[in-house]
Design a protein around this ligand. Structure first.
Ligand code: SF4
Ligand code: SF4
Length: 121
C-alpha cells in the first residue's frame, strides 16, 4: 500500500472517540456564514447575537473567539455543546488535506487523537 492508500483507508475506518483532545487546546476554528447560522439556530439565538458574542475576523475569514484558557468556547464539561452543528473543520479533523502529506505532523496527531489511535488494520 502507498502512503496515500494507507491514509485513505484510515480515513474510512476513523470514528471520532469524542475525547476532546482537539477541542481543548489552543487553535483556530474557522467557520463560514452558513455554519454560523446553523449554530445560532441550534442555540436558539439570532445570527447577529451569535456573531457578536462568538465570532471574530481573522483576515478575510471568520473564526470562533478563543478564551484565554485556550480551548474552544463550545467545549464544556468534556463535551461539544454544539456537536450536531459543529463546523466542517471539526467534522473532518484529523483528515485534512494539508496534513495528508506531512508525516511528522500526522504522527503527532496519532499520539493524541483517540479515534486515530484506535484504528488497526
Ligand atoms: S465546535 Fe465543538 S467539535 Fe469544534 S472545536 Fe469546538 S468543541 Fe470541538
Ligand atoms: S482528538 Fe480525535 S477522537 Fe478526540 S475529539 Fe478530536 S477528532 Fe475526535
Amino acid at each position: 500500500m502507498t502512503d496515500e492508500e494507507i491514509f485513505e483507508r484510515k480515513k474510512e475506518l476513523f470514528e471520532c472517540a469524542k475525547c476532546g483532545a482537539c477541542c481543548s487546546v489552543p487553535g483556530y476554528v474557522f467557520l463560514n456564514i452558513k455554519e454560523a447560522q446553523t449554530i445560532a439556530r441550534l442555540l436558539g439565538i439570532s445570527y447577529g447575537e451569535f456573531y457578536d458574542k462568538n465570532i471574530r475576523k481573522a483576515g478575510n475569514q471568520h473564526i470562533l473567539k478563543t478564551p484565554f484558557s485556550g480551548g474552544c468556547i463550545f467545549w464544556e464539561d468534556k463535551m461539544c455543546t454544539i456537536y450536531e452543528a459543529r463546523p466542517s473543520q471539526c467534522r473532518t479533523f484529523p483528515y485534512w488535506k494539508e496534513l495528508t502529506g506531512d508525516h511528522k505532523e500526522w504522527k503527532e496527531i496519532e499520539k493524541y487523537c483517540e479515534g486515530a489511535k484506535r484504528i488497526k488494520f
